[in-house]
Design a protein around this ligand. Structure first.
Ligand code: GLN
Length: 323
């Protein structure tokens, strides 16, 4: 394993990005948000940032994209930081559903006390309603502050995607009305949905995803400064949820075959988190790293089709599984 120099890893990643790019034609762009149809199906890129600050990137790494469902990880984190973990977990559970992210089925279950988890839309919209603030901008301010602290800049909103989502939001409105009926929302529905569509429309880069992932890999601490950006307990909880619920109804397979916490979004992004492990101590480039993947061609579950295959390959070859 001592051959894992930066140069070797770079060449390796380049080869496999080129290999898996062929798989993009087996997937489809998300169609229910019209603006996402304008992405290029053939794009595939990956960025890895290690604890030591080194970065490996390959493929289409300079295409900005909207964060979409990956935002659910960070609004959950912010809600826990604002309201406390107990308060949030009293209102949203931590169980995978095995259903699609926008499924409405479980909301009809008679014994349901709260949405199943914060990464399905019902749970994410509930979490967004818990954020402090009377306007969507106020509610999202701490999220942007967290991003700014980690990324060093304030990521922009993609206004076209935001409008596109808002105009085509029938399913999320249906979920929202159910949540109102069940008494789960702590903010007005229109405000909550506007905030939710905005959080999904934040535009980020692969480098951003990798950096966010690296902070989570270190339980919320910046390895460079030693500063705790996210409380350890909250970072760990977020990772447990990513592992069990992060990849929609393919989360079980992802845990089994890739074995690291990850969260995908419908624009084709995936954030993956590889925590440091004692047995990898002599491998500074990958012992503790965040990985961002972008490939907008999606599989049937809505995950980047080539992105998942690339991650699976790399995780296997580099022995990244946490198990
Ligand atoms: N904005 C999208 C939606 O609600 C996010 C979904 C996703 O990335 N899976 O529906």
């Amino acid at each position: 394993n001592t051959k894992l120099t930066k140069e070797w890893l770079q060449n390796y990643v380049d080869d496999w990005v080129n290999f898996y790019r062929k798989h993009t034609n087996e997937g489809e762009l998300a169609s229910y948000i019209p603006m996402l149809q304008q992405s290029n199906k053939e794009h595939l890129g990956i960025t890895i940032i290690g604890n030591n600050g080194a970065m490996i990137e390959s493929g289409d790494v300079n295409i900005p994209f909207t964060i979409q469902s990956i935002s659910k990880v960070f609004t959950f984190i912010v809600a826990c930081m604002e309201r406390g973990v107990t308060y949030v977990l009293d209102r949203v559970d931590v169980e995978p559903t095995g259903e699609a992210f926008n499924s409405i089925m479980h909301l009809e279950m008679k014994q349901l006390k709260k949405p199943f988890n914060p990464f399905i839309n019902a749970g994410a919209i509930t979490v967004t309603s818990l954020l402090n603030g009377k306007t969507s901008d106020e509610k999202l301010k701490p999220l942007f502050q967290l991003f700014e602290e980690i990324l060093g800049y304030h990521p922009p909103l993609n206004v076209d995607v935001f409008k596109s989502e808002k105009e085509t939001s029938v399913r999320n409105r249906a979920i929202g009305y159910y949540l109102v009926e069940l008494g789960y929302l702590e903010s007005d529905l229109d405000l909550t949905l506007e905030t939710y569509f905005k959080q999904c429309s934040i535009e980020i880069s692969l480098q951003d995803l990798a950096r966010l992932g690296m902070i989570l890999a270190n339980d919320g601490e910046d390895p460079k400064t030693g500063l705790e950006i996210i409380p350890r307990q909250v970072a760990r909880l977020a990772k447990a949820l990513m592992l069990t619920c992060g990849m929609y109804d393919a989360s079980g397979k992802f845990a089994a075959y890739v074995g690291i916490p990850a969260k995908s979004g419908v624009s084709g992004g995936i954030i993956a988190v590889s925590p440091p492990r004692a047995r990898n101590e002599e491998l500074p480039f990958i012992n503790g790293c965040g990985i961002g993947v972008y490939g907008p061609a999606l599989d049937q579950q809505g995950n980047s089709i080539a992105g998942i295959r690339l991650l699976r390959h790399i995780a296997k070859q580099w022995d990244l599984s946490i198990f």
